[in-house]
Design a protein around this ligand. Structure first.
Ligand SMILES: CCCCCCCCCCCCC/C=C/[C@@H](O)[C@H](COP(=O)(O)O)NC(=O)CCCCC
Ligand SMILES: Nc1ncnc2c1ncn2[C@@H]1O[C@H](COP(=O)(O)OP(=O)(O)O)[C@@H](O)[C@H]1O
Ligand SMILES: [Ca+2]
Length: 582
């Protein structure tokens, strides 16, 4: 018989259970379900312990989910599904898979009690699990396997965990962003994208834009304190770079990500806002890059048919062009006592720097009610302080809120950057010879320090301004063309976005600046053609000016102001669980 004893604050359940023909002593105590093998002489052997928070589901009978079948219809059995960990190749992160153990009970009563107690414990110990999710699949991302990945690997897990999903397979770019901005999201506990960084960016803009709309905050004001977002975002990696997933989970594996979503993990994330004058251009969580990375993106767009390989091909082409770009960079340093981009630490699950930043970032946060003080939507003092100016010629200027590690670069653009410390790392790679730059790039793929080079500097900052040197500013005529084109579109948002615009009384920035994107890009490319000269297959732009790559999208302006908003959004993730033991 099952034995039950009440413990203070937690339930305790114990009984003998069988796995195959071996007897186990099983117990459920507070946070853990454990089973210990007992031999014929009643000696205890190895114990397996599963935290209740990592239980995915408990099913009657002997069940397998892939392929889905009930093995035997016995009323003495139950099957436990849980998170199982393993190491992954040369990456630091931990790969998760679905663990499954079938238990046989001495009686049906005992079986029913175990199932009830385990399910109750699950509800008690995992209050932040999602019950209903809105899922967007980009069928064209990465290797175009988004639908297959979702239906074969992810959906069966969500079903097992009792999560109901509304699935939208996108038919056009920005559909997911617009859906989140305009539709009724009542009842959803989170949004999930199946795709790459571009698809994640759509969800990011939808979630931030909607939150600001509802809070009455103007995203165009670069000095405003944005309202933190409640709706969590999940990423099922199925893209080309998968940087946001890789940098926040440690691997780009759909099953691992699905399991993090199911157990309701929560990882706050810093977000950079990118403004041109008084207009919000974009938000970014991974890379805002000018010069090399901008050129690679611009070139790669012409080779989308190559899939993820387009970046490798374009990387080589752009490298061979050996361009340098003049620019003026101004930055506002972050507090150097807290952390530094050269301190050789890593932001891992439970990161101390990030947790301590929460108090600094949200001094008015009321943890009992989970509410942010109303005065947070006032103007921020974050742009105050002493700006440092650097002028020169650069191979690339990059900003990253996180390490931006990805399968191409397992340590990332800035290996010691933090996911949620309210700072961004600014990396300046000055003009150098091709071999020097190759050394810099190559170090992204090894454990060698890419900042330990005389032409590279890195700063931990709160904000960055970039503009062209005097005499090389963005052309007014071009500016005006872009401005008027964007105004024309924003006067009539329906022109580009049909469908219901229930919540669109106020033109949100996302609608304003992104609706005009198509038209601005046309103006821009016509303009570029006019000014272009060709030094190789990738060089169809003026020699002195590059473009900004903002999380995989080209920005329509060169002169920008970037500012970090600490912990603005939350992912269904927990940071990198270090599998190297380092
Ligand atoms: C000699 C070896 C050179 C290797 C260089 C490796 C440098 C890697 C740094 C990667 C940083 C990635 C930052 C993330 C960018 C993505 O947001 C963006 C869009 O991704 P997606 O939507 O999935 O297409 N990806 C890129 O801009 C690709 C950059 C690739 C540079 C080679
Ligand atoms: N159905 C669709 N058709 C065309 N573009 C789409 C569609 N759905 C999403 N997109 C856009 O495709 C871009 C790239 O998607 P992403 O999933 O990031 O793939 P990748 O990593 O290969 O670039 C995103 O910027 C997104 O806005
Ligand atoms: Ca950061």
């Amino acid at each position: 018989m099952i034995g039950k004893e009440m413990e203070i604050d937690s339930v305790k359940v114990e009984s003998s259970l069988w796995i195959g023909n071996k007897r186990y002593k099983a117990s459920l105590r507070g946070w853990y379900f454990s089973w210990t093998e007992v031999d014929k002489r009643n000696r205890e052997k190895k114990t397996v312990s599963v935290p209740v928070s990592e239980v995915i589901g408990v099913k009657e009978g002997r069940v397998e989910i892939q392929p889905r079948k009930k093995l035997e219809d016995s009323d003495l059995d139950f099957t436990l599904f849980y998170v199982k960990r393993s190491r992954r190749g040369n990456t630091r992160g931990t790969l998760w898979s679905l663990g499954r153990t079938q238990f046989c009970c001495p009686s049906r009563d005992v079986r029913d009690q175990w199932i009830t107690q385990l399910r109750t414990a699950l509800q008690t110990h995992s209050p932040s699990r999602p019950h209903r999710l809105l899922v967007f699949i980009n069928p064209f991302g990465g290797k175009k396997r988004g639908k297959q990945i979702y239906h074969s690997l992810v959906s069966p897990l969500f079903e097992l965990a009792g999560i109901s999903c509304h699935v939208v397979v996108t038919e056009r770019a920005n559909q997911a962003r617009d859906y989140i901005l305009k539709k009724d999201l009542t009842g959803f506990d989170g949004v999930v994208c199946v795709g790459g960084d571009g698809m994640f960016s759509e969800l990011l803009h939808g979630v931030i834009g909607r939150t600001q709309q509802e809070a009455g905050v103007s995203e165009h004001d670069p000095t405003v304190m944005l309202q933190p977002c409640d709706l969590r975002i999940g990423i099922i990696p199925a893209g080309s770079t998968d940087c946001v997933c890789f940098a926040s989970v440690g691997v780009n594996d759909p099953v691992t990500s699905a399991l993090h979503i199911i157990i309701g993990d929560s990882q706050p994330l810093d977000v950079c806002s990118v403004h041109h004058k008084s207009t919000l251009m974009k938000y970014s969580v991974s890379m805002v890059g000018y010069g090399f990375y901008g050129d690679v993106l611009a070139e790669s767009e012409r080779h989308r048919w190559m899939g993820p390989l387009r970046y490798d091909y374009s990387g080589c082409m752009v490298y061979l062009c050996n361009r340098n770009y003049a620019g003026v960079v101004q930055y506002l340093p972050a507090d150097s006592h807290v952390s530094s981009p050269r301190d050789n630490t890593r932001c891992l699950a439970g990161c101390r720097v990030c947790s301590e930043s929460k108090e600094r970032l949200f001094p008015h946060f009321d943890s009992s009610s989970s509410l942010y003080s109303a005065n947070l939507s006032q103007v921020s003092s974050e742009l105050e302080g002493e700006w440092v100016t650097i002028e020169g010629k650069f191979k690339c200027v990059s900003l990253t809120c996180m390490s931006s590690s990805c399968p191409r670069s397992p340590s990332g653009l800035s290996p010691s950057a933090h996911l949620a410390d309210g700072t961004v790392d600014l990396i300046l790679v000055r003009e150098t010879n091709p071999l020097g730059f190759l050394t810099y790039l190559h170090r992204h793929t090894t454990t060698q320090d890419q900042f330990d080079l005389p032409f590279v500097e890195v700063h931990r900052v709160k904000a960055v301004r970039f503009f062209l040197p005097p005499g090389e500013e963005e052309e007014e005529e071009y500016e005006e063309e872009i401005q008027s084109s964007s105004e024309r579109v924003s006067e009539d948002p329906d022109k580009l976005h049909n469908g219901d615009i229930a919540n669109a009384q106020s033109k949100t920035t996302s609608q304003h600046c992104l609706a005009g994107q198509k038209e601005r890009d046309t103006v821009k490319s016509a303009r570029r053609k006019k000014r272009s000269f060709v030094c190789g297959p990738c060089c169809t732009k003026p020699p002195s000016v590059s473009v900004w790559n903002c999380d995989g999208e080209i920005l329509p302006h060169t002169e920008i102001l970037c500012r970090v908003h600490g912990q603005l959004v939350r992912l269904f993730a927990r940071g990198i669980e270090d599998s190297t033991g380092a």
